[in-house]
Design a protein around this ligand. Structure first.
Ligand code: FES
Ligand SMILES: [Fe+2]
Length: 381
């Protein structure tokens, strides 16, 4: 139904009420039983904290004085204040109101008078946390599953000489499926015509295999004038890309030389954090006049510079456009949106299928297990 302005008369439907494929994709959540990157390690110093979210649930991430990162539900068990309004003391997060403090397992300690009562055993939900590749990962789902499921392996970023790389993190408006549509579909190269991150949109293959959608593109990568100067194409043209929606991650590999990984954190229905890691084989990098075979530190410096000169401004265009797409979606979600690219539908199908599987798996489950609720044992009323 539309009003005289042509807008849909109500908000977009929730997943259970969604009728079309697109409506389902735009209302699906992401399966919490995976590791999600929440930020860069270097941005969280000892004794500091920040608030993040997973699908609407607020989480406090903090680094204790011992250097270890912890994540707990962002809610004091006493009067439900956000713990991120407080501060880190030692290895605990302290609520600003009455000073109750929480360790990395979510156990509460009460510092004030107990009026003759026994110290109640109170615990808020704690999330498994790990650091890898310079990123902080948390596991918002079942902690038991976290023990058997690993963070995706990126051997090129490990060891004493990781490939030169750049991390680009941004918070964007829009449902998380919008960015996946964006990265899957090269026809939006028009938006990036100033930077030309790819030239050509020749789709060679699009195939769903289990929880992955694999794509092959014939496309010249890093085709823009600026980037092209720094890519050595003497051994490979860097024009054949394998891209994959490897649920819930996205990655690409251009002839073993130019690669990226994308970690998306669905903060809620219309805001996300996306962390891109771009990494290049040392043989893929050259400097005009000096040519290839550069010292490793020079290549790493070049990647850092690329982050500011091209990657961030380029991805900023996507952030800008996703905000507008979200606006359009909220107004016109009931209108047809013709989709020409087959890859968009495949990506959306995987998102929908995984969300349905998660809902099915947890149907009838104890809500305190399914969500990040306060786990209180013998709590004082
Ligand atoms: S509200 Fe947090 S200590 Fe009282
Ligand atoms: Fe883009």
């Amino acid at each position: 139904m539309t009003d005289l302005s042509g807008h849909a008369s109500g908000p977009p439907p929730a997943f259970d009420d969604a009728k079309t494929h697109r409506q389902k994709a735009r209302s699906a959540g992401m399966d919490p039983d995976y590791w999600y990157a929440v930020g860069r390690s270097e941005d969280l110093e000892r004794g500091k904290h920040f608030e993040t979210k997973f699908w609407g649930r607020s989480i406090a991430v903090f680094r204790g004085n011992d250097g270890r990162v912890r994540a707990v539900e962002n809610r004091c068990a006493h009067r439900h204040l956000k713990l991120t309004e407080g501060q880190v003391v030692g290895c605990e997060l302290v609520c600003p109101y009455h000073g109750w403090s929480y360790d990395g397992d979510g156990n509460a300690r009460i510092p004030h008078d107990l009026f003759g009562k026994k110290h109640p055993k109170l615990r808020i939900h704690a999330l498994p946390v790990r650091e890898r590749y310079g990123l902080i990962f948390m596991f918002p789902g079942d902690p038991e599953v976290a023990k058997t499921r690993d963070i995706p392996s990126i051997p090129e970023l490990e060891g004493p000489k990781p490939w030169p790389h750049a991390i680009v993190q941004f918070d964007s408006p829009g449902h998380h499926s919008m960015l996946l549509d964006n990265v899957s579909d090269f026809t939006h190269g028009f938006l990036h015509r100033k930077f030309q991150p790819f030239e050509g949109t020749d789709l060679l293959r699009c195939e769903t295999i289990g929880d992955r959608v694999e794509l092959e593109y014939r496309s010249k990568i890093a085709a823009g004038k600026m980037q092209d100067m720094f890519i050595d194409r003497s051994e490979s043209g860097a024009d054949h890309m394998l891209a994959c929606y490897d649920y819930p991650y996205h990655w690409s590999n251009t002839e073993g030389r130019i690669k990226h990984f994308l970690f998306t954190l669905p903060k809620d229905e219309k805001s996300n954090r996306h962390i891109f890691v771009f990494y290049l084989h040392p043989k893929a990098i050259k400097l005009p006049l000096l040519g290839p075979r550069l010292p490793h530190w020079v290549m790493q410096k070049m990647m850092t510079m690329t982050r500011y000169v091209t990657l961030q401004p380029l991805l900023g265009q996507d952030v800008w456009v996703l905000g507008h797409e979200q606006e359009g979606w909220e107004k016109f979600w009931d209108r047809p949106a013709p989709e020409l690219s087959p890859v968009v539908r495949e990506f959306q199908s995987l998102t929908i299928r995984k969300w349905e599987a998660y809902l099915e798996r947890t149907r009838g489950a104890d809500p305190s297990k399914r969500h990040l609720d306060v786990l209180a044992e013998g709590a004082a009323q």
